[in-house]
Write a protein that binds this ligand. Structure first.
Ligand code: LRH
Length: 484
């Protein structure tokens, strides 16, 4: 018998609704709609447009109901991490949620660490330090002491906000809650002690629920709290077998490079390496590092195409391949590359500032971006193996970014590991698996991953490392230039 589930999958630059159909242990996907997502600057602040997202989600639900009728079993929403909306006592959203790339968090590390040392923040949360984390957004709000902050009665993270609009029920799904940097994985509760020391309100949070909980229904359709954080859903979709240890890379605007563990690694070494321990589905821990991914290359393309160059992805890959390797070294995770804007100019300035020549051609700039990313992976891979205390022979890349075969090959070369890719629709697929689990149609994450293995085999590609010596030398040069 066929069963259909609707995944709402929202990334920072686009959203879509996808129906997954399960039949005889195989999953097939059909996109219902796809829509723009992104920030709009309003009087100096970058805002998301959740009403626009909600309208498109409702359209996706209507399309799915029309096509699949009563065969539609459930739906679930996953989104990018850290952002949230504040609600008043009547349940109204107080303001359009602010985008994590907004500058309001600038300087908030100092404000937080003045009150609670970095070590203690990490000990209580196990989360990587990034200024965009909800903790620093809330710190900024509490210092502003705005009307909005004072009058709020609830804080809901992005997927929970949209599920609330659909069902009327407010929850805090655990995977998205853990991206805040004020969730304590040891107590499995909010890091109250940390928040109190920072004088941040602790009365704003909804009840925590595990991924796989039914939140309520949207006009009769059960809404499941899936791995609400898109990265939790992406990792859920990595088709590993039980006991198979490998590195996971969820590749998209961000690159999330890590592995799946059962316990968090919270110690001096993981603090020093700035790794994160995010909550996954089915009691897993995502031990990883958040790295800037294809963001830089997306922004390069956007910037040039605004100047009428009209580059396709393929054209950019081709240009990168045609130019000399290892001429320029950049670290894509440097904070100068975080905000939208003139990425090409920033790459040129970065090279100059770090004592290198200034890349001149578009091809040199693209090559520097690609190699920078692959070398960053290599450097993080080394730390990952040390911190996790295991050798990880294979790098499994999932998500839309694995369609970038140049990056897949460079990742294999730079890490010296075999790369295996797929599925490309990892976030949506992981979302669907958690719905099946919640609805009792499968019994375990392993069963879900087996379905994924059986369903997307044709997307699986393997890349063997090449030119290992040249890449090892390049890694040393990259470290000297970027970390020197
Ligand atoms: C990727 C992602 C990532 C970070 C960032 C803000 O989409 O969720 O894991 O949390 O967005």
């Amino acid at each position: 018998m066929k069963k259909h589930y609707l995944a709402v999958d929202l990334g920072a630059s686009s959203g879509r609704t996808i129906v997954g159909t399960l039949e005889d242990g195989k999953l097939t996907l059909k996109e219902m709609n796809r829509f723009w997502n992104g920030p709009t600057e309003v009087r100096g602040t970058l805002l998301w447009d959740f009403v626009h997202l909600f309208r498109n989600i409702k359209e996706g639900i209507a399309l799915a109901k029309k096509e699949f009728g009563d065969g539609l079993v459930s739906m679930g929403i996953d989104t990018w991490g850290v952002d949230f909306g504040l609600f008043d006592a009547d349940g109204n959203l107080l303001r359009n949620p602010v985008n994590y790339r907004d500058s309001r968090t600038a300087g908030m590390f100092e404000k937080v660490f003045e009150r609670v040392p970095r070590e203690e923040v990490f000990a209580q949360t196990g989360i990587q330090f990034m200024e965009l984390n909800t903790l620093y957004q809330l710190m900024a709000l509490s210092l502003e002491d705005s009307f909005q902050y004072r009058s709020a009665t609830k804080l809901l993270f992005s997927p929970d906000l949209l599920s609330y609009w659909l069902t009327g029920n407010m929850v805090a799904e655990r995977s998205i809650a853990s991206t805040s940097q004020f969730y304590n994985p040891a107590t499995k509760d909010w890091a109250y002690d940390l928040l109190e020391k920072l004088n941040i309100r602790t009365d704003l949070f909804a009840d925590l629920v595990d991924p796989g909980t039914v939140i309520g229904d949207a006009d009769g359709l059960p809404v499941v709290a899936v791995g609400g954080h898109d990265t939790a859903s992406a990792f859920a979709a990595v088709p590993v077998k039980k006991g198979e240890h490998c590195a996971f890379l969820s590749s998209g605007t961000w690159s999330l490079l890590g592995t799946e563990l059962t316990e968090p690694v919270i110690n001096d070494a993981s603090l020093a390496a700035n790794f994160t321990n995010e909550v996954g589905v089915c009691d897993t821990v995502r031990f990883l590092k958040n790295l800037s991914g294809l963001w830089m290359i997306q922004e390069l393309r956007r910037g040039w195409n605004e100047q009428d160059f009209d580059y396709s992805w393929a054209a950019m890959e081709h240009m990168a391949l045609e130019t000399e390797p290892f001429e320029f070294f950049i670290d894509p995770s440097d904070e100068v590359f975080l905000a939208p804007g003139d990425m090409a100019g920033r790459i040129q300035d970065y090279c100059e500032r770090t004592g290198q020549a200034r890349p001149q051609t578009h091809a040199q700039i693209i090559r520097a971006a690609y190699e920078g990313l692959a070398l960053l992976y290599a450097s993080v891979y080394e730390s990952l193996e040390q911190l996790a205390g295991r050798t990880l022979d294979t790098l499994r890349i999932v998500g839309g970014g694995c369609k970038d075969t140049l990056l897949d090959q460079l990742a294999a070369n730079a890490t010296g590991r075999k790369v295996v890719t797929g599925p490309t629709e990892a976030t949506a697929t992981g979302n669907l698996i958690m719905q099946m689990l919640a609805m009792g149609d499968i019994q375990s994450l392993e069963e879900g991953r087996e379905i994924i293995r059986n369903s997307f085999a044709e997307e699986t590609r393997e890349f063997e490392p090449q030119d290992s010596d040249a890449w090892q030398t390049a890694l040393t040069k990259w470290r000297d230039a970027c970390r020197g």
